[in-house]
Design a protein around this ligand. Structure first.
Ligand code: ADP
Length: 467
């Protein structure tokens, strides 16, 4: 089975969030299952390779769509003041470029696996502009939605840049409240749609989480499912991690404290092994619950905790966190940047990790945390609900601490529950060891994707809307 995996970001070439992790690890897991995979992504400025392709895994070609004017920039989608204004043109070019690249190298994929709005025009193009192209006659498409809030919305005046006829600027096409909605096109035209956790796949069909597309998604519910993301257990491995001070595994978990000590030192926090060190690594976006974190910061500080944040994003959160750093310089370390090495040190060195998300399609932070024996405190939504269950000191069930209502007091209650267990050193150690024993590698989920691809290829009329 031949798969062309298309993503606007792929580890190790370019990353802003979880999509890059998935795009850089799922193809490897699929290859291990015997599938033939190629990856296609834009060539951004930071990709310093001499050729227009390279190889990852055993033999996965990574093909780059080039255009200096459109992709030769410092960032992927925009700067801290907003999205690049020509993003529609950029990703329409990319989407066509993917199809043309496949033709140029004579690679006839059985499945083109698209991800998020940036490659959502591909299913649309295949069923319109390329409808009669023999080359793609047997090609089917799967679209994975990593975050429904990012839909690729543009002013209607930009529609011609898609290269599509105006008849597609309609209710059953890409029109959405008089704007162009690229993701909507992908949902309507792809043969199958997946999201990154079972709970999120149900949530997005409701008004609360559907971001206006709940109706469109419900109409395709027979061809929609959730497959939980995995992480690459070779990359995220405290036993071999080159960036942390001391490696450890579940049997040598006492070595984790050396990482805490070092992180405290490097972050100008007091070297205190009994102070609970709480971490956050995240895009600074409304989605991630920073308003709740800011609201409980003072109360947490009073409980003699230490707090380390790593993130970049919305300007308003930069301002808010800088204020926190000034107010509590001795107990906080605020790092407003993207730093993959510091991230590994935080995952390894912290005791607790907060993810109080408003919504969370899957979330990788909590999964990486478990791997590093750092205990997550999460809001039970989306993939957080599918991966983190409340720890019960009596039965020893569960792997973290949870809350449901999106409110600061509820988050604080969950943190206090965690701190109570933290004080019981023996119980905490049992929890840490248990957390490290979970398996969220790709082994299971990659098989689900393989089975889905097979199903998509054998089903006859997958997408009645566009037949
Ligand atoms: P999302 O995709 O919504 O941003 P996820 O939890 O799915 O959230 O994935 C986030 C990924 O990005 C994780 O691998 C996390 O470690 C990483 N990450 C986020 N912000 C930073 C940062 N500032 N520096 C380094 N890594 C980061």
């Amino acid at each position: 089975m031949k798969i062309l995996f298309v993503s606007s970001e792929v580890v190790p070439f370019a990353k802003t969030g979880g999509l890059a992790d998935v795009a850089g690890s799922l193809p490897l897991a699929l290859e291990k299952l015997g599938l033939e995979v190629k990856i296609c992504m834009p060539r951004y400025k930071m990709i310093k390779l001499s050729a227009d392709k390279t190889v990852i895994g055993r033999a996965i070609d990574v093909l780059f769509v080039e255009n200096e004017k459109l992709f030769g920039r410092d960032q992927l989608y925009g700067d801290r003041f907003g999205d690049y204004p020509d993003n529609l043109e950029r990703f329409a070019y990319f989407s066509k470029g993917v199809l043309e690249t496949a033709k140029r190298i004579n690679y006839r994929p059985d499945i083109i696996h698209c991800n998020d709005w940036q490659s959502s025009l591909i299913p649309v193009y295949l069923k319109t502009l390329y409808k009669n192209d023999e080359f793609f006659k047997n090609t089917r498409t799967v679209l994975t939605i990593h975050n429904l809030a990012y839909q690729g919305l543009f002013d209607r005046s930009q529609f011609p840049k898609t290269g599509l006829g105006w008849e597609l600027f309609s209710m059953n096409g890409l029109e959405f409240y008089d704007k162009v909605n690229i993701l909507k096109g992908g949902i309507e035209f792809s043969d199958y749609i997946t999201t990154v956790s079972p709970t999120y796949s149900k949530e997005i069909q409701t008004k609360e989480f559907g971001c206006g597309l709940e109706g469109v998604l419900r109409a395709r519910s027979d061809n929609l499912c959730g497959i939980l993301n995995g992480i690459d257990y070779d990359i995220w491995n405290p036993d071999t991690d080159k960036f942390i001070s001391k490696t450890y595994n579940a049997a040598t978990v006492e070595n984790k404290s050396a990482n805490k000590e070092n992180l405290q030192k490097e972050s100008n926090l007091k070297a205190d092994k009994n102070a609970p060190l709480i971490g956050v690594i995240s895009r600074l976006a409304d989605q991630k619950g920073f308003d709740l974190i800011a609201a409980i910061m003072e109360d947490m500080i009073k409980l003699r905790t230490q707090f380390i944040v790593l993130g970049t994003g919305d300007d308003k959160y930069h301002v808010l966190l800088e204020k926190m750093a000034k107010l509590y310089p001795k107990q906080t370390s605020i790092n407003l940047k993207f730093d993959a090495v510091l991230a590994q040190k935080i995952y390894a060195g912290c005791d607790l990790f907060l993810m109080p998300s408003r919504y969370e399609p899957c979330g990788l932070g909590q999964i990486i945390c478990l791997r590093y024996g750092t205990i997550p405190v999460v809001r039970s939504t989306g993939g957080l609900k599918d991966t983190i269950q409340e720890f019960d000191g009596e039965t020893k069930r569960g792997n973290g601490f949870t809350f449901s209502e999106y409110s600061a007091p509820e988050l604080f209650r969950a943190v206090k529950k965690a701190l109570k267990v933290y004080k019981d050193k023996e119980l905490w150690r049992a929890l840490v060891k248990k957390a490290m024993g979970y398996d969220f590698s790709w082994d299971h989920s990659a098989k689900e994707y393989r089975d889905l691809y097979k199903k998509v290829l054998t089903k006859k009329t997958l997408n009645p809307v566009t037949q």
